[in-house]
Design a protein around this ligand. Sequence first.
Ligand code: FPP
Ligand code: MG
Length: 339
Amino acid sequence: MKEFAKAVLGFQEPVTKALQNTILTMPQSVQKIAEYALLSGGKRLRPCLTLIWYNMLKGANPIQHSTLSIYDSAIVLEMFHVASLLHDDVLDDADLRRGKESAHIKFGIRPCLLAGDALLATGNKLMAEFQNVALMSVISDALLKTANGEIEEIELAGKVPSHEQEYLSVIEGKTAWIIRSACLVGAIMAGASKEDQEKAANYGLNLGMAFQIVDDALDFSDESIIGKPAGGDLRERKCTPPIFMYLQSLTKEEQQEFIEKFSVLPSPIFEHQKQEKIGFTEQELAEITQKIIQAKYPEKTRELASKYLQKAEESLHDFTGQNKELLLEALEYVRSRNK
Ligand code: FPP
Ligand code: MG
């Protein structure tokens, strides 16, 4: 087994314990939802990154607390991530998450939105216990950037980005910033220099960009692999790279027809906004999904991720040792991720 996979396994128990303890501090009304969302699998990439950066940079003055441990700081961004997924599945009207019923299908939309809010508040409260302004600033920024990325994505839904930067800005906000923050929290907790904090942040941001680009490629994988139907982004009218590449392969007339249908709001979540135009039929969605897979656009999308993985690797140049090796392996994990 690769060392990164072993390290991830080694972190599972203390991270899960920290999550369980924190769930118990939450209002009872939301504990069931928090448990369902937080403890139903997931790779725990964000806590692992905090822990590895902490272990690599830990110096003479790490941030300490009389009762909390590094694991408590490592779960905060996981809580934010899971809160964002609770909200995201409502916004995307997604029935499945990690191969299981989405929380809002099981518990209802309103309780899930509020449980998401409670997770955000509990994460903030936990981090505040460390009484460090830099940590608080990092996590507030992460929340703001994530929400902004999602807003930008909603604004772009059904449209074709006029520039690659529009897509990159969305994924930097909605995904990369929390991963960046996870690395930075590890560096700050370790008492690292500003210079090393910057390297941790750059590594995380670039890893996060690559992670979402690979995720957008994986969206065109079989349901049995990704735990949700293939082509979800097409259905959700997100013009990700595989969809953009497909669009580029069409004739001008075909492109026009595609854009017309792509712009139609999905039902049922927006059904109060009746529209004249008719969107893609189920059969068309399935056909386009198949064409994208056959043309190998998901594989070509993965190539885009390489540039970011390269930049992340450059942030590690000045380091040595076992933790650096783990961070290098994390890059390979993201590059070759297949679920
Ligand atoms: C998943 O993307 C969604 C995100 C990475 C971010 C969602 C953010 C919000 C809902 C804003 C609220 C912010 C906070 C911090 C609560 P996706 O839909 O492309 O991926 P998926 O296929 O896994 O759903
Ligand atoms: Mg989604």
